[in-house]
Design a protein around this ligand. Structure first.
Ligand SMILES: [Zn+2]
Length: 258
C-alpha cells in the first residue's frame, strides 16, 4: 500500500534527476507527469495508479506514459483537445527533435498511448479520498499547460521553471509566451502553497516561485550550475536553448506589470 507523497527521478540513466514525477497516494493514487521513455523510474511500490496528470505534451513528461498506463490502466488527465497527440505522438517526437536535437535519443521517443482520457480546461476538482486535486490552467511554457494542486502543494510541471543546487532556472525553449507565463506563475504564487513540486528539480520550498519570477523580471536568469559530468552537459544543452527563449521573448513582449 502506497501512502504520502513521492518525488521519483524519471529522467534517463545519464541524469535521472533531469525529470521528476510525483506520486500522491490517497484512496485514489495520482502520478504527475510520466518522465522520459528511457526512464530509470521505479514505481514498483505502487499496487495501483488511478490517474496520471500530463502537465503538458513534451517528451520529458510523457515518455513513459504508454508503459505506465498499460500496466496500471490509469486514466490520463490532459488539456482539452490534446489527447489525440498522445494517441499518435508523431508530432510530439518531431517537435522535440527540432528543439532538442540529439537529446531526444538520450530521452527516447514517445510511444502511442491507449487509455481513457479525461480532457480538462482547468478549474476541475477531483476527489482522491482524503484529499482533493484541483486542476489549474497555467499556459506560457505551452498553450496547453496545466498544473495540479493537492493538499496545498502545487505541482507545476514546467510552468514555474526548475531548480538545481538551490538555483532557479528557466525551463522553457522557444516559443515562450512570456506574459502568459508570468501570469501563470503569479497565479501559483497567489495560492500560497506550502511546497512546490517541480518537474525539473523535485519538491522544494514555495519561495522558489518568487525567486524564479524575480530572476525573469530582473533579467538575471543565467545560472552557473556546477553539477558535473553528463548531468551538467545535458542541463547546459537545455539552458542554452531556454536562455535564448527568454531573450527572444523579452525582446518581443513588454512585460505587463499589474
Ligand atoms: Zn520539461
Amino acid at each position: 500500500m502506497c501512502s504520502g507523497i513521492h518525488a521519483i527521478p524519471s529522467g534517463p540513466g545519464e541524469f535521472p534527476e533531469a525529470v521528476y514525477s510525483f506520486v500522491i497516494c490517497d484512496k485514489l493514487n495520482v502520478m504527475i507527469d510520466a518522465g522520459v521513455a528511457n526512464s530509470v523510474m521505479d514505481v514498483g511500490f505502487l499496487d495501483k495508479l488511478d490517474y496520471v496528470v500530463v502537465t503538458h505534451l513534451h517528451v520529458d513528461h510523457v515518455g513513459a506514459l504508454s508503459e505506465i498506463v498499460q500496466r496500471y490502466k490509469s486514466k490520463v488527465i490532459v488539456y482539452n483537445g490534446y489527447s489525440k497527440y498522445l494517441k499518435d505522438p508523431r508530432k510530439i517526437n518531431s517537435d522535440a527533435r527540432s528543439v532538442l536535437g540529439e537529446l531526444v535519443d538520450i530521452y527516447g521517443e514517445v510511444q502511442p498511448t491507449e487509455a481513457t482520457f479525461l480532457e480538462v480546461n482547468g478549474g476541475e476538482t477531483i476527489d482522491l479520498g482524503e484529499k482533493k486535486m484541483e486542476i489549474l490552467y497555467t499556459p506560457g511554457h505551452a498553450k496547453h499547460h496545466i498544473s495540479a494542486l493537492i493538499d496545498n502543494i502545487v505541482y507545476t510541471g514546467d510552468s514555474a521553471g526548475g531548480r538545481y543546487n538551490g538555483v532557479p532556472i528557466p525551463t522553457t525553449p522557444p516559443p515562450l509566451e512570456l506574459n502568459k507565463y508570468i501570469k501563470s506563475l503569479k497565479l501559483q504564487i497567489g495560492l500560497k502553497p506550502r511546497a512546490v513540486g517541480l518537474a525539473h528539480g523535485g519538491l522544494t520550498s514555495p519561495l522558489h516561485l518568487e525567486e524564479h519570477l524575480n530572476q525573469i523580471l530582473s533579467k538575471r536568469f543565467k545560472a552557473n550550475l556546477d553539477i558535473g559530468g553528463m548531468a551538467e552537459e545535458i542541463l547546459n544543452k537545455h539552458l542554452e536553448v531556454n536562455y535564448k527563449a527568454l531573450e527572444e521573448a523579452l525582446a518581443k513582449e513588454n512585460i505587463e506589470l499589474d
